[in-house]
Design a protein around this ligand. Structure first.
Ligand SMILES: C[S@@+](CC[C@H](N)C(=O)[O-])C[C@H]1O[C@@H](n2cnc3c(N)ncnc32)[C@H](O)[C@@H]1O
Length: 221
């Protein structure tokens, strides 16, 4: 991290970062260490969670625009989290918290069942080579964790600029129990709650189609 990011971490982490007991890896979450969102945010409000928030552009913008909603950024890249805190602090966003952890473990262990109103995964694929496809986040195991964390009627929103990953996301989610498509036709319209980040801009610049998908969590029976 840069010196400014190191400073941001020391000064701002106590206010923004949710500390959680770890399992074996530094970015793991120990099973059984669930948070109470009402206690963390100090109120009962809808919760939006972004996985792989990068530099935090989308989530800081959304948190600032919607002060009545609570936001959680999940990211393993510490410098990105420091940037997110600096921007959130500058914008005066008090409804945002961050967790430095592997997202599937946050969905499985940190967030209570049926606690998330929207789950966002935008441009999750930093490794687009064929040999890396097995590392992709959006798999049937991920769909089951998303289904656990979302409230009835909650939305999972996905976006990618890699066509083969977009197809994988759509295949996985159309086969996933407990979800229905939130769009008609082949792809969802661009989610207007998403600001343009460097990843989307870069994908569009080199001529890749940006694909959006959205899925609604069906009511639990
Ligand atoms: C290609 S970047 C996109 C960042 C941001 N969503 C955007 O659109 O600008 C993907 C981000 O996901 C993060 N990431 C990848 N796998 C993750 C995981 N398992 N848990 C948490 N973050 C993850 C990476 O560290 C990286 O910052």
């Amino acid at each position: 991290m840069s010196e400014a990011q190191e400073r941001a971490w020391i000064e701002l982490a106590p206010q923004y970062v949710i500390e959680s007991p770890r399992d074996v890896a530094a970015t793991s979450i120990r099973p059984g260490s669930s948070i109470d969102p009402a206690q963390v945010w100090g109120r009962a409000a809808p919760l939006v969670v972004e996985i792989g928030s990068g530099q935090g552009h989308a989530i800081v913008h959304a948190a600032t625009a919607q002060p009545e909603t609570d936001f959680l950024a999940i990211e393993v890249f510490r410098a990105g989290l420091a940037r997110t805190m600096l921007d959130a602090d500058k914008a005066g966003a008090r409804n945002l918290r961050l967790v430095e952890a592997n997202a599937p473990e946050v969905l499985e262990h940190l967030l209570p069942e049926a606690s998330v109103n929207e789950l966002w995964v935008f441009f999750p694929d930093p490794w687009h080579k064929k040999k890396h496809t097995k590392r992709r986040l959006v798999t049937s195991a991920f769909a089951a964790l998303a289904s656990r964390a979302l409230v009835d009627g909650g939305m999972l929103r996905l976006a990618t600029d890699w066509e083969d990953y977009a197809l994988q996301m759509r295949d996985v989610m159309s086969a996933a129990a407990g979800f229905e498509a939130g769009f008609e036709g082949e792809w969802a319209p661009r989610f207007d709650g998403r600001v343009l980040t460097a990843f989307e801009r870069k994908g569009a610049r080199v001529g890749r189609d940006i694909r959006d998908l959205s899925y609604r969590r069906l009511p639990r029976s």
